[in-house]
Design a protein around this ligand. Sequence first.
Ligand code: NAD
Ligand code: ZN
Ligand code: ZN
Length: 363
Amino acid sequence: MPHEVRGVIARSKGGPVAVETIQVPDPGPGEVVVDVQACGVCHTDLHYREGAINDEFPFLLGHEAAGTVSQVGSGVSNVNEGDFVILNWRAVCGQCRSCLRGRPQYCFATHNAHQKMTVDGIELTPALGIGAFAEKTLVAAGQATKVDSSAEPEVAGLIGCGVMAGLGAAMNTGGVTRGDSVAVWGCGGVGDAAIEGSRIAGAHTIIAIDLDDRKLEWAKDFGATHVINSAGMDTDQVVEAVQALTDGNGVDVAIEAVGSPAAYEQAFFARDLAGTVVLVGVPNPEMRIDLPMIEVFGRGGSLKSSWYGDCLPTRDFPMLIDLHLQGRLQLGRFVSEKIGIEDVEAAFHKMEQGEVLRSVVMI
Ligand SMILES: NC(=O)c1ccc[n+]([C@@H]2O[C@H](COP(=O)([O-])OP(=O)(O)OC[C@H]3O[C@@H](n4cnc5c(N)ncnc54)[C@H](O)[C@@H]3O)[C@@H](O)[C@H]2O)c1
Ligand SMILES: [Zn+2]
Ligand SMILES: [Zn+2]
């Protein structure tokens, strides 16, 4: 029997989201139904609502979630009913050319549930194949990763997207290590997680860059050693400010957590020779960058993109939850407010106004 539950739906580009009754099927082979307990509001949900990802409306939003497995389909062996899980949006296939080369974190054929959840008989597109601003959601079993159930759902869920993306951008993609200098553009949930990851990895200098002084204050709590408010500054001024904090050299790892050509250009020029630029912010399809090719060549190093922090959920989620439970990873600081399922639209406005790091929907 399909379940009738409440979920947050975006019906049209830019239109306000609303709570509606959705239908969630019983799990088929390889699928599980999860009772969602908490789901963070990520900027990517807003990108969906704005039509910046694709136009496959209606969307069931929400993708940064933790909950309890309530039903498992046939053939599922990685989780059982009652397990406390974090949902992930890159369930690796194990069979594509990347997985077969031993690089499952880059899997080229990650999968989602086969069956569709619906609203009024219309198929829903779940955000990032999850759709967790809902009382129940249907996912592929590989999208559910069991973690220690003593972690609170509101912090555990954050590992499912923004915090993992930021931590992994620093620790996995950027390879930040002891003694490195790092600068992070954009101090939202993702950027602050990159700062936290850099601190845990042993970075020596961590420069937070944002347009908003409030965000920069919070960034210090995560481990930023210096801050730059880049509002009104051009690229040269930002680069000079970063160089002034790094003996005139620039940073070893420059992490762009905005999704903006201006911030990317600053990151590109503010890194040291042989340094690494990591793009974790999501650009929209119209954005372009224009860089002198001789600088791309002459500076050496590498320009990388970071999808989901190049994480492997089965490896990273339980480990990060353990670090949190040991008091070594500060997840509670990311939670600005706990809200109800009716409050997602208001949370989008607060995000746009820069008032919150993460609003977390408690279900
Ligand atoms: N790559 C991934 O796997 C992944 C995963 C999750 C989110 N994201 C993306 O990461 C980005 C950040 O997400 P978030 O949830 O932290 O967003 P957010 O809106 O909470 O934070 C963005 C921050 O960037 C600042 N900012 C805006 N323009 C800036 C500029 N020119 N220079 C410096 N700072 C600037 C804002 O003031 C804000 O503090 C988004 O693009 C989101 O879609 C990527
Ligand atoms: Zn997200
Ligand atoms: Zn694969």
